[in-house]
Design a binder for this molecule. Sequence first.
Ligand SMILES: Nc1ncnc2c1ncn2[C@@H]1O[C@H](COP(=O)(O)OP(=O)(O)OP(=O)(O)O)[C@@H](O)[C@H]1O
Ligand SMILES: [Mg+2]
Length: 250
Amino acid sequence: MADTRLIRIQNLSKRFETLKVLEDVSLDVRIGENLVVFGRSGTGKSVLLKCIIGLLKPDNGQIFIKDKNILEISLNELNDIRKNIGFLFQSSALYDSMSVRENLAFPLIRHFDFSQKELDEKINNTLELVSLSDAIDKMPSDLSGGMRKRIGLARSIITDPELMLYDEPTTGLDPITTKEISELILNLQKKLNMTSIVVTHDLICAEIIADRAIFLKDAKIVHEGKIEDLSKSDDPFLKNFFSNEIVKAS
Ligand SMILES: Nc1ncnc2c1ncn2[C@@H]1O[C@H](COP(=O)(O)OP(=O)(O)OP(=O)(O)O)[C@@H](O)[C@H]1O
Ligand SMILES: [Mg+2]
């Protein structure tokens, strides 16, 4: 039977000196799935994403991406896998001194050998996907926060990644823009057949995007399931988390 898992994480542990951040975490992500990762601040969500992309090395455990153990492959092989992964960082900073066009060209020039015509085509098509064709010659400082997020999103999908990792994609946005960006993420994911892992505190975002969610606490995955199930759970910790988030979101 064909393996439907894009990512297989087994018994992952990561500590910084005496601080245990992840302990014995195991997780599969299926091809095409949108997994949301919840957890209080400092529970290792960003560390988990950084381990998956090979920016941090775990102390123990295995991470397979499409059956390649990323902890045992050469740097060249790891770079090949990274070409296939888009990462929208928590800050999602654009290069301020570069225009939108130059920001979008950057990952293409770094990873591929496209002609100018191909570059222009890719940039135009991707800007169309995020409905910001008019912004091509603007500087980041001329854009609103929501527009900057869209351009950041465009920059991370322009290389056609199979896997997208989002770290707090809607932080700092008002509820309406949060909804728009979350719907955009979902639509892009469907159009481009991507698999996504989305770290978020934001219930509006999670409800729009998630097929499944996990909840990290005390270095472990303590809950896993559909958002509705997690939010209706009797578990005092989850109840508290969701009621706090709802208060924040309203
Ligand atoms: N490179 C590092 N060196 C030392 N400690 C680190 C490093 N990266 C992360 N940590 C620590 O690991 C813990 C988990 O960090 P992480 O950034 O994953 O949290 P998080 O769940 O993403 O939090 P937030 O929701 O605030 O972004 C924190 O206590 C953090 O200080
Ligand atoms: Mg984080």
